[in-house]
Ligand binder design. Structure first.
Ligand code: ZN
Length: 545
């Protein structure tokens, strides 16, 4: 077909004539969004999203009516909060970002336990993994906000979460405003001052926390899910409704109220900084942590998670209403740092009798002691932190291979262990390039292997083994495994005028950054990221340039 206009354009632009014809840009996208809104929902598995999708009416409904990737993957094996948040706006798997876990071991540290927290600054005297100065210095790659500010320093980058690692890993190294809950109050980096609107939001949140809250009413979907599950010692979960005493900070944090506070602060930052109304694109990032605290405290299958997700849906609707009122051109993306699954006691009652808790059969200290005995070492042969097992630094160099060999044998023979990967083998593997749903366990571990931070062995427990031995202590369910219930999360894009489509094939959370970058003309140097651009135009046009 002869296209005279295209031919004329080519003649008028000699340099373009030599290049490929430019793909047409999606007419439905704002030409240049003035604001990117990035939302992480902590522990929102693809399974939970699918379960509740019919019940959403607010902000989650809006996102679910946009461009939907229901099988997004936190593709790596380290399905924890810090690695997950570090993938969302960096395009980097943990093998590149360096954030391989919430906590890992650094045997060069002088502290007794050698545990380093992911958003800690260990150079601060007296720092430990539980009492630390919050910092992004362990994150070895730039975030979207860092990259935007490098190109247009006038851009504003803000992030808020009730977890410090949620705020820091989204906001990055150069954020203008970072706010997180420190266990007693909202806090930020030293010297950071809240705008008056943000200070007013803090004051209102403190007042609410100081006021006793009655039980929440149960809407029909949550009433249907309110079934009591015994967890021992007469304790139960499953029917909770978040009534709490005045000033109960722990109960507040593991309740829908915490996400209401996060959204309040996000809206206050949006309005006080007039985000999206300057000359350069801005970034507003938030992480809603309540689904994670609630999931750990009560599991995912009862009234508690139901109330939490339906509340978050409403609260995100409130955020979008504020954005809409402003007239700012924005693009929103929503995903999760990891998935999760329910406590074994409820899974057993719900047709999964093989769901179990880890027990004395899997004991890292006993394995270490046995190897020390067998090899006649006078130090513990191994140290363990989560899935990572490290040869103790005092083991003589010539004995290290023997320790690793024997540890692999013992762990592989363990009835609760699916697979043991060796760090040396992971280091030699190429970074995976197949679709994430096809990855082997070794590929998953490779994507979160970082030399010097990861263990000498990485251990995958079997599916459906929850690594919490005793649920009576207030922590009943978790995530963090190699398995798809922890890896698979929704990835949702929305902007005013979006032409919706759904792509059920697997994509990765590291695809988010390279998908957003072309929308704001942000250059991404080749070789710096692990993801790829997802074409958010479901028709013949493309958003990937
Ligand atoms: Zn998390």
């Amino acid at each position: 077909m002869y296209r005279p206009l295209a031919a004329l354009a080519a003649l008028l632009c000699a340099s373009a004539a030599a290049a490929q014809p430019a793909p047409s840009v999606s007419p439905a996208l704002p030409r240049q969004p003035a604001l990117i809104v990035a939302i992480a929902v902590d522990q929102l598995s693809a399974d939970l999203f699918a379960e509740y999708r019919p019940h959403f009416t607010g902000g989650l409904r809006r996102m679910a009516d946009g461009v939907v990737f229901p099988a997004g993957y936190q593709s790596h094996a380290a399905t924890e909060t810090c690695p997950g948040h570090a993938t969302i706006l960096t395009g980097a798997r943990p093998s590149r970002s360096g954030i391989i876990a919430n906590d890992w071991l650094d045997q060069s540290l002088s502290r007794e336990d050698k545990v380093l927290y992911c958003s800690e600054d260990p150079s601060v005297p007296g720092s430990s993994s539980s009492r630390y100065t919050v910092s992004a210095r362990q994150l070895l790659v730039p975030t979207l906000g860092d990259r935007i500010k490098a190109v247009t320093p006038a851009s504003r980058v803000v992030a808020v979460s009730t977890k410090d690692r949620g705020a820091v890993m989204l906001g990055g190294h150069q954020a203008d405003q970072l706010w997180w809950w420190n266990g007693r109050d909202f806090a930020g980096p030293a010297g950071q001052q809240p705008a008056p609107e943000v200070a007013a939001a803090f004051a209102a949140i403190r007042t609410r926390i100081a006021t006793a809250q009655p039980d929440l009413p149960l809407p029909p979907p949550c009433e249907a899910r309110a079934q009591s599950v015994p967890i021992g010692d007469g304790k139960t979960v499953g029917t909770g409704r978040f009534g709490r005493a005045a000033g109960d900070l722990r109960a507040w944090r593991a309740s829908p109220e915490a996400d209401t506070a996060t959204i309040d602060i996000a809206i206050a930052m949006f309005e006080s900084l007039r985000l999206g109304r300057g000359d350069a694109p801005d970034l507003l990032a938030l992480s809603a942590s309540a689904p994670d605290y609630v999931g750990h405290t009560y599991g995912t299958g009862g009234s508690e998670q139901c109330l939490t997700l339906l509340s978050l849906d409403r609260e995100l609707g409130r955020l979008f209403a504020a954005l809409d009122r402003s007239g700012v051109r924005y693009v929103a993306v929503l995903t999760a740092d990891h998935g999760g699954h329910d406590l074994p006691e409820r899974n057993q009652a719900r047709a999964a009798p093989d769901a179990i808790r880890v027990d004395a059969r899997f004991d890292a200290k006993a394995v270490a002691a046995q190897i020390s005995r067998e090899l006649r070492l006078d130090v513990p042969a191994l140290l363990a932190q989560g899935a990572d097992f490290y040869v103790h630094r005092d083991v003589p160099r010539r004995r290290r291979a023997a320790v690793i060999r024997r540890a692999a044998e013992l762990l592989r023979a363990n009835p609760l262990v699916e697979e043991v990967l060796l760090g040396s083998e992971l280091a030699a593997m190429p970074s995976p390039s197949r679709p994430p749903e096809l990855w082997s366990l070794a590929e998953r571990a490779r994507a979160s292997y970082f030399p010097g931070r990861s263990g000498d062995l990485v251990v995958a427990l079997k599916q459906r083994v929850t690594p919490i031995p005793d649920p009576r202590l207030g922590y009943v369910a978790t995530h963090g495994s190699f398995w798809d219930y922890d890896r698979r999360v929704p990835i949702l894009f929305w902007w005013p005028g979006v032409v919706p489509f759904e792509q059920p094939l697997g994509v990765e959370v590291v695809d988010i950054l390279p998908s957003l970058a072309p929308l704001i003309g942000l250059p991404l140097p080749a070789g710096e990221i692990d993801g790829r651009c997802l074409d958010l135009d479901g028709g013949p046009g493309t958003t990937c340039r």
